[in-house]
Design a protein around this ligand. Structure first.
Ligand SMILES: Cc1cc2nc3c(=O)[nH]c(=O)nc-3n(C[C@H](O)[C@H](O)[C@H](O)COP(=O)(O)OP(=O)(O)OC[C@H]3O[C@@H](n4cnc5c(N)ncnc54)[C@H](O)[C@@H]3O)c2cc1C
Length: 356
């Protein structure tokens, strides 16, 4: 039996950030991650907006910022529409390096990170988690936590164990994504995004990592159609001419929250952080930076407050994540599009107008 102030479930961006913050605030912290190593099997397109970096609770090391992009080329039918600077300027990061670095930060702050450690069961007293069963390298260990931070992603075991995992229409999106090499990118310093009928209210993308390497994908809430939509995307003439010599080297596909599986961000002594709480920016479901920021706030609150205060947590996250309010408004527009399965040209215009 292990007693700990804060048990963090999940060692992705949100969980590692939460572990770092809770340990820095003086709590004893155990972070359990089911993968054998932090930073492995990254499932992400790795794009971030440069403007959001300033909102992070730390300075991101330069070597994580792998490939700078000057803006986004939106495909409007066959017509490319270029946006540069400001919110359009970004970076495709090396997420493996980010997670390894964040893990080192958490450990240096005093958190213990257990890898190959899967949360299996929770013992509940009402809404309070009194004990957690973790399978750590094949051994069953019981952890008695003061607080729990559920940073275990879109299909959160914590939420499932607590009976708060709720699948509704549009709860989840699926992103079929491949890291590809051998590409002939038309604009290596631009991300490319296609929002139209093909993605059925979702989008297709090319996020470059070098002139010949990129994450290429399609995301949509029509879960069982996304793989087929990806194959259609790479056959579009203006995409095909860039990817036809390419090789798919890493499968980076995964589900992502759209409306999310929980509307609440806290239950009993549990705070949710990252994808488990649907903390991402729409329309592109950018969750890396919001997850890190929310993890940081959750970690600090879990370590310093005797009770979990959901409203305070929500307020602080909403204030700290740039564009949060506007992003929530876009969710409404996307819902309407899905409801009608309407052509999404107006949506494209809305997104582009938002950049003016
Ligand atoms: C294909 C794809 C492309 C994306 N592209 C972008 C992008 O370009 N930019 C962007 O900002 N966002 C992007 N996102 C979203 C972003 O990846 C997520 O929002 C982000 O990873 C959320 O971080 P997290 O720490 O909450 O969850 P995760 O990264 O999912 O981490 C959760 C961790 O918990 C662990 N875990 C789960 N269950 C257990 C358990 N029972 N016990 C122990 N450990 C457990 C998992 O192994 C995982 O490591 C993309 C998402 C997808 C699917």
């Amino acid at each position: 039996m292990q007693e700990v102030d804060v048990l963090v479930v999940g060692g992705g961006p949100a969980g590692l950030s939460a572990s770092r913050a809770a340990a820095r605030s003086g709590a004893s912290v155990i972070c359990v991650e089911r993968k054998p190593k932090i930073g492995t099997d990254v499932r992400c397109a790795e794009g971030i907006g440069l403007a959001f970096l300033e909102a992070l609770p730390f300075k991101m090391p330069e070597n994580i910022l792998q490939w700078h992009v000057n803006g986004i080329v939106f495909w409007n039918g066959n017509e490319p529409l270029k946006r540069t600077g400001g919110l359009w300027e970004g970076c495709v990061i090396d997420r493996q390096k980010l997670e390894i670095w964040l893990g080192q930060q958490a450990t240096a702050s005093g958190a213990k990170i257990w890898t190959d450690a899967q949360l299996q069961k929770l013992k509940l007293e009402g809404e309070e988690v009194s004990a957690a069963t973790v399978n750590w390298k094949g051994k069953e260990i019981t952890v008695k936590p003061g607080k729990v931070i559920a940073a275990d992603g879109v299909n959160s075991t914590v939420l499932q164990e607590m009976g708060h995992y709720e699948k509704r229409p549009l709860s989840l999106a699926k992103v079929t994504s491949w890291e590809m090499t051998g590409l002939t990118l038309e604009w290596p310093r631009f991300e490319q995004v296609l929002i139209d009928d093909l993605a059925l209210g979702g989008y297709g993308y090319i996020f470059p990592k070098s002139p010949t390497r990129a994450n290429v994908g399609v995301g949509s809430c029509v879960l069982d159609e996304v793989d087929a939509l990806f194959e259609q995307f790479v056959e579009l003439p203006f995409i095909k001419k860039q990817v036809k010599q390419g090789r798919r080297v890493k499968n980076k596909s995964k589900e992502a929250p759209f409306l999310g599986v929980s509307e609440k961000w806290a239950f009993g002594n549990v705070l949710l952080a990252g994808d488990s709480a649907n903390q991402n920016l729409k329309p592109f479901i950018e969750g890396i930076i919001p997850g890190i920021i929310a993890g940081d706030i959750a970690g600090e609150l879990a370590a310093s407050e005797p009770e979990v205060k959901e409203q305070e947590y929500r307020k602080r996250v909403e204030a700290a994540v740039p564009g949060w309010k506007e992003s929530q408004q876009l969710t409404g527009a996307i819902k309407t599009l899905f409801a009608k399965r309407a052509p999404s040209k107006q949506f494209l215009q809305l997104v582009l107008a938002a950049g003016e």
